[in-house]
Ligand binder design. Structure first.
Ligand SMILES: Cc1cc2nc3c(=O)[nH]c(=O)nc-3n(C[C@H](O)[C@H](O)[C@H](O)COP(=O)(O)OP(=O)(O)OC[C@H]3O[C@@H](n4cnc5c(N)ncnc54)[C@H](O)[C@@H]3O)c2cc1C
Length: 337
């Protein structure tokens, strides 16, 4: 029996809060996952752990946590324009991005330095600097934990949206994603107009960038703005950017003339949650052992010694305050257990 009981996940999650779970086991192949599931009895629920960078445990978890460590990357096929590259779920995401850059597979360089593993990348359709995983995804292969069968999802099956997918809704906690195949480009189309990438490239003295330079620029920007979870516990953006009706946005503009916005269709507008939180005075706020990061208001941090419940409570106070000040309901991006 490879299942450890009463296991503390604290070092395996980027928030670094105490996270006692009833059972914990690691698997490194589909066979070993199936063996574990056959051995595991008496668990009413289970969840897959990847890099632990998008989770907050607020209470002991009365279930089985299965840590996906299936490794391996392979080039499945290529055509005139694309490489089809399959990465197993336990591969570290940023290491995979670097692997692709080293092989000149273009398309995910803007997603450099996002923490976590490949298996979780489709779950919230990870995105940064104008690129989302949906733009390059070819197929997701997943094991259905209850039905005991392999499922294959083409990009059209994944119901991708902003930080959303079918894996977070209809199939929530029902699947173990075992591999993801990406359709990467032979000829790079660089996305340098988003955020500060062009300015960073300029500062680097790069006038004719390739995917390696764009990746390097993204890494530099991220390192200057976001706290390193190894140093300061966090899970990146704690909240999603809310999408509100245009009429609501226009009404807010009367009180907050400089309220920023991003296009979100004909009738809606996306507002940066970080701006709302900063405007409401929370940026840099510390409450006991947790707080709101001083450089990025969207990121809640654990200064060391906070509990998941402390961080959750702080997030609720922020949600209530933003609701009261702007009439906008913030939604958590981080998975709460
Ligand atoms: C500093 C920092 C910056 C970040 N920046 C970004 C960013 O720019 N863009 C962005 O989109 N995200 C960002 N994130 C969030 C996070 O990195 C991503 O959501 C990442 O994909 C999570 O991967 P993970 O392996 O750590 O998932 P985990 O935290 O381990 O799991 C997240 C969820 O996915 C499920 N899951 C994980 N693996 C599997 C699997 N193989 N099969 C089935 N279910 C699974 C878990 O059960 C859980 O519900 C950031 C986080 C941090 C700490």
């Amino acid at each position: 029996m490879n299942i450890q009981t009463n296991y503390n996940l604290q070092p395996l999650t980027s928030f670094g809060v105490p996270a006692l779970v009833k059972g914990f086991a690691t698997f490194d192949s589909l066979d070993s996952l199936q063996e574990l599931l056959a051995e595991a009895t008496g668990y009413s629920q289970s969840l897959i752990l990847g890099g632990g960078s998008n989770m907050l445990f607020t209470k002991p978890y009365d279930g089985l946590v299965l840590h996906n460590q299936i490794k391996g990357i392979q080039l499945l096929e290529e055509d005139d324009e694309h490489y089809y590259v399959q990465a197993n779920a336990g591969e570290n995401w940023h290491a995979f991005v670097q692997y692709c850059i080293a092989h000149n597979y273009a398309g995910i360089e803007n997603l450099s330095l996002i923490p976590g593993n490949v298996g979780a990348s489709p779950i919230q359709n990870i995105g940064a600097y104008g690129v989302e995983i949906k733009d390059v995804l070819h197929e997701v292969t997943a094991w259905h934990l209850q039905d005991k069968c392999l499922l294959h999802f083409a990009v059209a099956d994944c119901a991708f949206g902003y930080r959303e997918s079918i894996f977070k809704s209809q199939y929530k906690q029902q699947l173990a994603i075992v591999s993801v195949t990406f359709r990467l480009n032979k000829k790079a189309t660089l996305h340098t107009s988003y955020g500060a990438i062009a300015a960073e490239l300029e500062q680097m003295g790069v006038h004719n960038p390739g995917i390696r330079e764009v990746s390097e620029a993204v890494i530099r920007i991220r390192q200057s703005k976001l706290p390193d979870p190894v140093v300061l516990g966090n899970a990146g953006s704690f909240f999603k950017n809310p999408v509100i009706e245009k009429s609501h946005y226009q009404q807010l503009q009367q009180s907050f003339a400089n309220i920023p916005d991003y296009a979100a269709g004909e009738s809606h507008t996306k507002v940066p949650a970080g701006w709302l939180i900063e405007q409401a005075g929370w940026k840099g706020h510390r409450q006991g052992q947790c707080g709101v990061h001083s450089k990025q208001a969207l990121v809640l941090v654990n200064y060391g010694g906070a509990s998941g419940a402390d961080i959750f409570q702080l997030s609720q106070q922020i949600i209530d305050d933003i609701q009261q000040k702007f009439g906008i309901e913030l939604e958590r991006e981080v998975n709460i257990f």
